[in-house]
Design a protein around this ligand. Structure first.
Ligand code: 2DT
Length: 212
């Protein structure tokens, strides 16, 4: 139906390897949507500001050690603690542009050797994105872009395994974008795809949930 009451914001996720350009493209999309009069917020996972998020942050900075399963569940809990706010923002008409989501959760944990189905299980029931933009770049090219930082996962061999794990998650909601092109080219391509999605959600596209 296209009743006005069904109108909602779009849930749009950007995914990709470290240094694929995700974070810059998220802020460009925010300016673009704001400039064209849409209500929009920029989110990211992990959200390091919550109690759970602080545990994740200290793990990522190698200041604490956690079992691979335990940290996986914390990343997932960090999404669950934001789920109801996410739904109410979307219902009130705000589009959310999110830097990483459950796909990072599964790709990074399964790259450590955890079972993919086990990794997906705690994510089931979270809101499914209307669109996943995958900024595609080889781990080697990404590494050439000024190198990685000091966080736990920022190593070439690990990023190679993450790239393979991501590939098993592609579905119809994904758009694979060539992230080796210029920033401006990538930006132009993303704008078009995103606007199409925002308009579809305004018309009342129903919500779906992850992996159920
Ligand atoms: P940033 O550098 O983007 O802050 O990410 N990660 C992220 C996981 O392992 N599981 C998750 O569920 C999420 C959201 C990816 C920090 C690192 O955390 C990884 C990189």
């Amino acid at each position: 139906s296209s009743k006005k009451s069904d109108s909602r914001g779009a849930l749009i996720v950007l995914e990709g390897l470290d240094r694929c350009g995700k974070t810059s493209q998220c802020s460009k999309l925010i300016s673009y949507l704001e400039g064209s009069g849409h209500a929009v917020e920029s989110w990211r996972f992990p959200d390091r500001n919550t109690g759970v998020g602080q545990m994740i942050s200290s793990y990522l900075m190698n200041e604490s050690h956690l079992d691979d399963h335990a940290i996986h569940l914390l990343f997932s809990a960090n999404r669950w603690e934001k789920r109801s706010l996410m739904e109410s923002k979307l219902r009130s008409g705000t589009t959310l542009i999110i830097d990483r989501y459950a796909f990072s959760g599964v790709a990074f944990s399964s790259a450590k050797g955890l079972d993919v189905e086990w990794c997906k299980a705690p994510e089931a029931g979270l809101l499914a994105p209307d669109l996943v933009l995958y900024l595609d770049i080889s781990p080697e090219k990404a590494a050439e872009r000024g190198g990685y930082g000091d966080e736990r996962y920022e190593k070439l061999e690990f990023q190679q395994r993450v790239a393979q794990s991501y590939r098993t998650l592609y579905d119809a909601t994904w758009k694979i974008v060539d992230a080796t092109r210029s920033m401006e080219d990538v930006e132009e391509q993303l704008k078009q795809i995103v606007m199409e999605c925002v308009l579809k959600c305004q018309e009342g596209k129903p919500f779906t949930q992850l992996w159920q």
